[in-house]
Design a binder for this molecule. Sequence first.
Ligand code: G3H
Ligand code: 13P
Ligand code: ZN
Length: 332
Amino acid sequence: MVSYKDLGLVNTREMFAKAIEGGYAVPAFNFNNMEQLQAIIKAAAEEKSPVILQVSKGARNYANATLLRYMAQGAVAYAKELGWENPQICLHLDHGDSFELCKSCIDNGFSSVMIDGSHLPYEENVALTKQVVDYAHQFDVTVEGELGVLAGVEDEVSSDHHTYTDPEEVIDFATRTGCDSLAISIGTSHGAYKFTPEQCTRDPKTGKLVPPPLAFEVLDAVMEKLPGFPIVLHGSSSVPQEYVDTINKFGGKLPDAIGIPEEELRKAAKSAVCKINIDSDSRLAMTAAVREVFATKPGEFDPRKYLGPARDEMERLYKHKIENVLGSNGKA
Ligand code: G3H
Ligand code: 13P
Ligand code: ZN
């Protein structure tokens, strides 16, 4: 058993309490590799922002569970080396799909896990989430549950429609499972194609596609039922057009990629939404930078010459999110 406390990590309890109180959200950035981790830690340390290092089942398989644990421990040491005296860093399992996976993460240094039973019948979601909570809480590990289904793909859980969270279910779910936070569905979705052009309107001035608004009325109803309870938004990448343009200019093919407008995330961050998940934007930043080097410097073959610029671009992106979207700068 490796306790996250011995790695210098923290769970989400205090992070979320402060975020709700302070009207900001904690960034949950997914990572798979060293360059992403370096960029996340550098951004968080320089911004003094609490941060959640988020690892999916696929990322854990890709990176190796043992190596990951040491990477997280190294991240805390690196943050201190960068001058962050008391780093507030959480290592979180994203979209855990079984009790066994959650247990394995808890036993190997994770300070927080998500059990995603959102695709299951309600009673099965309650039972599975409670099973994970009962195990996790013995070690002071926090647990995120999910109610409602996001459009798109949630790891191996696929759904081509989305069902908004039913606010009538949230009190029962939170009470019976004992979960520490709840991911809800209000119209966000995973990946770089969150809306089809047909679902959008066109801004007559700029000609750009404008996505339909998020269902803030559902969020409001959830907050009314569970005042002060930490809410999580998945699928919150904004798909910056400049990255999409760079990727397409240098040989990529991402037609009509559309994300969540930053104004909507800014508004959500001021509410009980205290964790905002971002993965796709980092993938886009990395891909745009790498493609640009490959296209403009075809003689380059030292990975540091293309992964270095990719890392710098991700750091810029993370700082922008922290400062201008989530408002978590200076909070740790
Ligand atoms: O929500 C899913 C995350 O973006 C992780 O994606 O399963 O491809 O690592 P992944
Ligand atoms: P994006 O695909 O919008 O970055 O969402 C990531 C996410 O929700 C991870 O759980
Ligand atoms: Zn997600």
